[in-house]
Design a binder for this molecule. Structure first.
Ligand code: HEC
Ligand code: HEC
Length: 344
C-alpha cells in the first residue's frame, strides 16, 4: 500500500466517525423529553406491543354466550389449583369438623421453620413464648389483647382449630392466609404445640432431660420482673379520680367495644353492657357447675380482672383476656361507666 492510498483510506474512516457522531447527537436531541407534543410517541420497534385483544368483561360475539372471558372447561382444574385435600388446605375433615391432628409429618425441620415464621408473624402480638405479651400489646395502641396459648381451652383445641386461626382469622384477628403458605401454616401450628408443651413440663420431666432447672427459674423470675415493670409502665403517669368519663375513655383505649356494646344489640362476642349492672343470669363457674350470677359490682370487677372465674350463659367460650394490669382507679372508672349504663 502506498503512502497516498493509506492517507485517503484514513480520511474515509475519519469521515464515517464524524458522520456517526453527528447522527448520535441528532438522535440524542431528538429523544429529549420535556416538550409537550400532541403527536403519539415514536415507537420504532413494535415488538407486538399493540395487537387486537378483548378487555375483561367485554362482549365477544364470537362465542354463543357473548362473553370474552371464558369459563374453565367443565370438570377441569387449572394446574396447581387442585385443593381437594380439605384436611391439608382448610384444616377440616369431610364433615367440616376441625381435624384433630395435623395432616403433615412433624420433623425437626418443620418445627424450626414454624419457629421462624411464628417469630415473624405471630410473636409481635402473641409474644415469643405465646403468653400474649407481644411487643404490640405493651403499648396502649387500642388492640384487643392477644390471648395466651397456655390456657386450657387452647391447649385442648384441635390442630385444625389453631390452623383455622391462621387460615380464616378468628373474631378480631385477621386471616394470614395470603401471607403464609399452607406448609408454613402447619409448621406454625406445630411450633405453637411445642410452645404449649414447653410451658407445661413438670420439674421431674425437665430434670430427666438434663435441663438446668435453676437457670430456668432465674430466667422465669427475670421475665416476671420484666412483665411487672411493663404493667407499671402501662399506668398513666398521674392518676385522675375515678369517673364515668375516664371509664368511657378506657373502654376506647382497650377496645372493649370490639366485643361488648352499650345499646343492647344482641349477637356480640361478649354480653351487652346495657342493663348489665343489677341484672341476674345463669352461668357457669370455673368447675363447670351451673350457677346463678348476680351482676353486682364485685362480679363486674371480677369479670374484668379474671373473666375465666364465672361465665354468663351463652358466652361459655370465654374469649376475653384478663385485664389484670389495670390500676385500681382505672377499674373503678370502668365499673362506674358500666353501672351508668343501667340508669333509667
Ligand atoms: C395484630 C396482632 C395479632 C397477630 C399478629 C396475631 N394474632 Fe392471633 N390473636 C390476636 C387477637 C387479638 C386474638 C383474639 C381475637 C378475639 O378474641 O377477638 C387472637 C387469637 C388467636 C388464637 C386463639 C383463637 C381462639 O379460638 O381463641 C390463635 C390460635 C391465634 N390467635 C394464633 C395466631 C397465629 C398462629 C398467628 C401468626 C400467624 C397470630 N395469631 C397472629 C392477635 C394477633
Ligand atoms: C375479645 C372480646 C372481648 C373483649 C375485647 C372484652 N371482653 Fe369482656 N367479655 C367477653 C366475653 C366473651 C364475656 C363473657 C364470658 C366471660 O365472662 O368470660 C365477657 C364478659 C365481660 C363482663 C361480664 C358480663 C356478663 O354479663 O357476665 C364484663 C363486665 C366485661 N366483659 C368487661 C369488659 C371490659 C371492661 C373490657 C375492656 C377493658 C372487655 N370486657 C373486653 C369478651 C370480651
Amino acid at each position: 500500500m502506498t503512502n497516498k492510498n493509506m492517507k485517503s483510506s484514513l480520511m474515509t474512516t475519519k469521515g464515517i466517525l464524524k458522520l456517526t457522531c453527528m447522527c448520535g447527537v441528532g438522535l440524542l436531541l431528538g429523544a429529549c423529553r420535556g416538550q409537550i407534543s400532541e403527536k403519539p410517541p415514536i415507537h420504532p420497534n413494535m415488538n407486538m406491543d399493540q395487537q387486537p385483544r378483548m378487555e375483561a368483561q367485554e362482549v365477544n360475539k364470537f362465542f354463543e354466550d357473548n362473553r370474552s372471558m371464558r369459563q374453565p372447561v367443565a370438570g377441569t382444574v387449572a394446574r396447581g389449583l387442585k385443593k381437594d385435600d380439605k384436611a391439608y388446605y382448610e384444616g377440616v375433615d369431610a364433615n367440616g369438623e376441625w381435624v384433630e391432628d395435623m395432616p403433615v409429618e412433624i420433623t425437626r425441620a418443620l418445627l424450626y421453620r414454624g419457629q421462624d415464621r411464628y417469630n415473624v408473624y405471630c410473636a409481635p402480638c402473641h409474644g415469643g413464648t405465646g403468653d400474649g405479651n407481644g411487643i404490640i400489646m405493651t403499648g396502649n395502641y387500642g388492640y384487643v389483647p392477644a390471648p395466651t396459648y397456655h390456657q386450657a381451652r387452647l391447649r385442648e383445641a384441635t390442630d385444625g382449630e389453631l390452623y383455622s386461626a391462621i387460615y380464616n382469622g378468628v373474631r378480631t384477628m385477621p386471616s394470614y392466609a395470603t401471607q403464609i403458605k399452607v406448609e408454613d401454616r402447619w409448621a406454625i401450628v406445630a411450633y405453637i404445640r411445642a410452645l404449649q408443651e414447653s410451658q407445661n413440663a413438670s420439674e421431674s420431666e425437665l430434670r430427666a432431660e438434663d435441663v438446668d432447672v435453676e437457670q430456668l427459674e432465674a430466667e422465669y423470675t427475670a421475665e416476671q420482673e420484666r412483665l411487672a415493670a411493663l404493667a407499671e409502665a402501662r399506668k398513666p403517669e398521674k392518676e385522675a379520680e375515678a369517673s364515668i368519663d375516664q371509664g368511657k375513655k378506657l373502654v376506647q383505649q382497650y377496645a372493649c367495644e370490639t366485643c361488648h356494646n352499650v345499646d343492647g344489640t344482641p349477637g356480640g362476642i361478649g354480653p351487652t353492657w346495657k342493663g348489665l349492672f343489677g341484672s341476674q343470669s345463669q352461668g357457669i363457674n370455673e368447675a363447670g357447675e351451673t350457677i346463678t350470677i348476680n351482676k353486682d359490682e364485685a362480679y363486674i370487677r371480677e369479670s374484668i380482672v379474671a373473666p375465666e372465674a364465672k361465665k354468663t350463659e351463652g358466652y361459655e367460650q370465654g374469649v376475653m383476656a384478663p385485664y389484670d394490669y389495670l390500676s385500681e382507679t382505672e377499674l373503678e372508672s370502668l365499673i362506674l361507666y358500666i353501672k351508668s349504663l343501667s340508669d333509667n
